[in-house]
Ligand binder design. Structure first.
Ligand SMILES: C[S@@+](CC[C@H](N)C(=O)[O-])C[C@H]1O[C@@H](n2cnc3c(N)ncnc32)[C@H](O)[C@@H]1O
Length: 181
């Protein structure tokens, strides 16, 4: 179940937008943003959350936001619809090697509704850490336990949905079965 349809995603993604507003509001109340900052948005999708939500909370002095996503269609759509001289979207998979220019490059890393889709968690978190300057911060929003995953699992065992959901475990958050909840 890949997330590769930017037009459709923009119409239906009300949960990520609601939650991004909640966490960004709290982060901003505590005045955590640096001036003249460089910011990365990992898994920026169609670009609407990056531009219409994340950007709204930043000090206007911010220098640049780089959004990255592994989907070429998402990146193309994001650049066409939301790209500016200060906001750029680049195709990159967070489980690949971090590009050299992004090492120790960002004051803030942000990610919304993406990390739960990634099985190689250590790799993703290492890349986020390595992208940050000393004293940088990250604000990461992702699903842990989420009851619809149980429904997908149950459906994957039914005759009707077994074929469509044969890769069900690939899109269930690695934290869904954690005993910590
Ligand atoms: C649910 S969308 C979230 C988009 C946006 N952050 C938001 O909150 O509206 C998840 C995005 O993560 C991207 N994604 C999934 N795995 C990725 C990976 N390994 N590296 C980079 N992007 C990834 C998908 O292509 C998709 O655009």
């Amino acid at each position: 179940m890949e997330m590769d349809l930017p037009q459709l995603y923009r119409q239906v993604a009300f949960l990520p937008k609601r939650d991004a507003n909640i966490v960004l509001k709290e982060f901003s109340i505590n005045n955590k943003w640096k001036e003249n900052a460089y910011i990365a948005d990992f898994g920026s999708g169609d670009g609407s959350t990056t531009t219409n939500i994340l950007q709204k909370y930043l000090p206007t002095s911010y220098k640049k936001i780089i959004g990255c996503d592994k989907s070429a269609r998402m990146v193309e759509f994001a650049n066409e619809n939301y790209g500016t001289d200060k906001i750029e979207f680049i195709k990159w998979d967070i489980t690949e090697e971090l590009p050299q220019p992004w090492r120790v490059a960002f004051d803030h890393a942000f990610s919304s509704y993406t990390l739960q889709r990634i099985q190689e968690q250590t790799r993703a978190f290492s890349n986020i850490y390595d992208s940050l300057k000393v004293g940088g911060s990250c604000l990461l929003l992702f699903l842990g336990r989420y009851s619809p995953y149980d429904i997908f699992r149950a459906l994957s065992r039914s005759k009707k949905w077994a074929e469509d959901l044969k890769n069900v475990e690939m899109f269930i958050s690695p934290y869904h079965d954690s005993q910590a909840w």
